[in-house]
Design a protein around this ligand. Structure first.
Ligand code: PBG
Length: 329
């Protein structure tokens, strides 16, 4: 035999030399759930790796993360029902604790990179990402709310906005609104290919943001989130987002959609982000808790698979554990 591929695997030193990919803490984004009030630190039963935190505790959490090199945070608010309405108007009010918290975090940690969530669902009585009208999601009317929400988030200091709503034309509408108000440096990480996935369950538990039951309310998000059967549609979405001025193209979920990550990485020049979602993470955690899998082994392998498929930026509930292990290694 002239060719013996095993020669390149014969020692740890050589394996490192020929490794094509490596995940670093710098690739990772840590999701955080914000609640109103003080001294709140709640366990999320279906996602035991994450907690709901009030601003004071979130500042502590961010400080801990920053010391181990984890400096990117995507923040989601749990909005009390008293602030919810049909059009999600609380999302851009100056009294919104989410916007206030972002300001405070940026003041304390100016070098931290904060990513927002742009969608109506946490603020909507219907639990949908867009405005519900006559039993349907009103696309163009929703864009106006998304624009106001985006400008308010940019003003609060978010570095990157994350439109997760899947309305048509939202990236362009948001870019136009931001530029109109002078926020030319605020980036857009578009949820380009966001699928109507059942793997968002624990996240909706965390925020109480599932679609509400009602005669005139669509019972799922399938009229705006993508069909898991489709890849070509992801390319159409990516074309539009690129043309409309997105800075990142995101695929969500990640593990079950590695082919889509790869397709976008192959066809587009923008950085690719992947959201390793709550349900994908919860599955692994449950198996590790049972002792069926080894967390220290499957956790980095999982992140590596997402990176290998083509994502530079990975949103994952494993971020802090990965950062801690890399830092103290
Ligand atoms: C909502 C939003 C969702 C997630 C991120 N933003 C849920 C949904 O679309 O219903 C899911 C994230 C996760 O499961 O970890 N705009």
């Amino acid at each position: 035999m002239i060719r013996r591929p095993r020669r390149n695997r014969k020692s740890a030193a050589i394996r490192k030399l020929v490794a094509e990919k490596e995940v670093t803490t710098g690739n990772l984004i840590h999701p955080l759930f914000l609640v109103e009030g003080k001294k709140v630190d709640e366990v999320i039963t279906s996602l035991p790796i994450a907690r709901r935190l009030s601003q004071d505790n979130m500042l502590k959490e961010i400080e801990e993360c920053m010391t181990v090199g984890l400096d990117k945070f995507i923040i989601f608010p749990k909005i009390p029902s008293k602030y919810k309405d049909k059009k999600g108007t609380h999302s851009y009010k100056s009294t919104n604790f989410y916007l206030k918290a972002a300001k405070e975090i940026k003041k304390r940690f100016p070098e931290a990179c904060l990513i927002s969530d742009v969608a109506l669902d946490p603020y909507s009585v219907d639990g949908h990402d867009g405005i519900v009208k006559n039993g349907k999601i009103a696309n163009d009317e929703t864009l106006t709310v998304l624009q106001k929400m985006s400008v308010a988030q940019a003003a609060a200091g978010f570095d990157i906005l994350g439109p997760s709503d899947m309305m048509d034309g939202r990236v362009g509408a948001i870019r136009e609104a931001l530029d109109g108000k002078g926020f030319v440096d605020t980036s857009i990480m578009s949820y380009t290919a966001k699928y109507a996935s059942a793997f968002y369950g624990p996240f909706r538990d965390a925020l109480g943001s599932a679609p509400v039951e009602g005669a005139d309310i669509p019972k799922d998000k399938k009229s705006y989130q993508m069909d898991p059967a489709n890849t070509r549609e992801a390319l159409i979405e990516a074309d539009l987002d690129t043309a409309e001025g997105a800075d990142f193209l995101m695929v969500k979920p990640a593990l079950h959609y590695l082919d889509v990550i790869h397709a976008l990485d192959t066809h587009f020049d923008l950085p690719i982000a992947a959201y390793h979602v709550s349900g994908e993470c919860a599955m692994l955690l449950a198996a590790c808790k049972e002792g069926w899998l080894n967390y220290d082994e499957v956790m980095p392998e999982t992140l590596l698979s997402i990176h290998r498929a083509g994502a530079e930026a990975i949103i994952t509930y494993f971020a802090k554990d990965f950062a801690n292990r890399s830092f103290y290694k």
